[in-house]
Design a protein around this ligand. Structure first.
Ligand code: ATP
Length: 219
């Protein structure tokens, strides 16, 4: 299970943007979270991905309570969650070639040996060939860069995926392609998915179940 229990979080403890949020994701489940712009979805998604420490509440991942860490969650737990954000250009180092961007989590976890081989599988999965892998972010389209960011999220083969408005900036065919990649990965690995967005139609089609912000958090 990936559980968020009573999460209060934000950027100023006096004015939290997420108040008392509860969410439980079963292994292998695809859960959609829908809410209006600015309600705090991305903040909660970052808490779920263990990238943002909540002011209050608990994250439980596979039975282990993850909150209480001082700055960042332990690496062994962070690598269990892959995350894709809405704006690939904000989450991609502009100096890196796409193949090195995809390899970032391998380097960050000290797995330098065999990194290029490990990149090949997710790169192929998202449809990036050698020509695109050799380019830097300014030399590719938003859709191609988001493909690389999805490959980066998959490279450590996480048990959970958090997709925060992953397709918001993309056209219909790229959206369909990226959703298909996530679904194929989930079929193969049994990974659970938290898909955050504001499009109930897309999330309704994609996910097993969709919850609305107002049902999981105080406003
Ligand atoms: N780094 C930050 N520092 C301060 N405030 C922030 C920061 N990031 C977000 N906020 C604020 O927190 C609130 C919630 O933002 P968040 O991005 O979590 O909402 P959201 O529901 O994902 O919105 P959207 O659907 O528009 O992306 C907003 O009022 C936003 O201005």
């Amino acid at each position: 299970m990936l559980e968020l229990q009573g999460i209060t979080a934000g950027y100023d403890p006096r004015r939290p943007v997420v108040r008392d949020a509860h969410l439980a994701l079963r292994p292998g489940e695809a859960l959609g979270l829908v809410g209006p712009s600015g309600c705090g979805k991305s903040t909660l998604a970052r808490v779920a991905a263990l990238l943002h420490r909540p002011d209050r509440g608990t994250v439980v991942l596979g039975g282990r309570t993850v909150t209480g860490f001082r700055h960042r969650a332990p690496r062994s737990l962070r690598t269990e969650v892959g995350v894709v954000f809405q704006q690939p250009r904000l989450s991609a180092d502009p100096r890196l070639r796409l193949r090195d961007l995809i390899a970032e989590p391998l380097r960050a976890t000290g797995r330098r040996r065999g990194a290029q081989e490990a990149v090949a599988e997710p790169a192929e999965r998202v449809g990036l060939g050698p020509d695109l892998l050799a380019r830097r972010p300014h030399e590719v389209s938003d859709g191609q860069l988001q493909r690389a960011c999805l490959a980066r999220a998959l490279v450590l083969r996480p048990r959970w995926l958090v997709c925060d408005e992953m397709t918001a900036m993309l056209d219909a065919s790229t959206t369909a392609a990226l959703v298909a990649v996530v679904e194929e990965y989930r079929r193969e690995t049994g990974a659970g998915l938290l898909a955050v967005g504001h499009d109930p139609v897309l999330l309704g089609r994609w996910c097993d179940r969709t919850v609305h912000w107002g049902d999981i958090a105080d406003s």
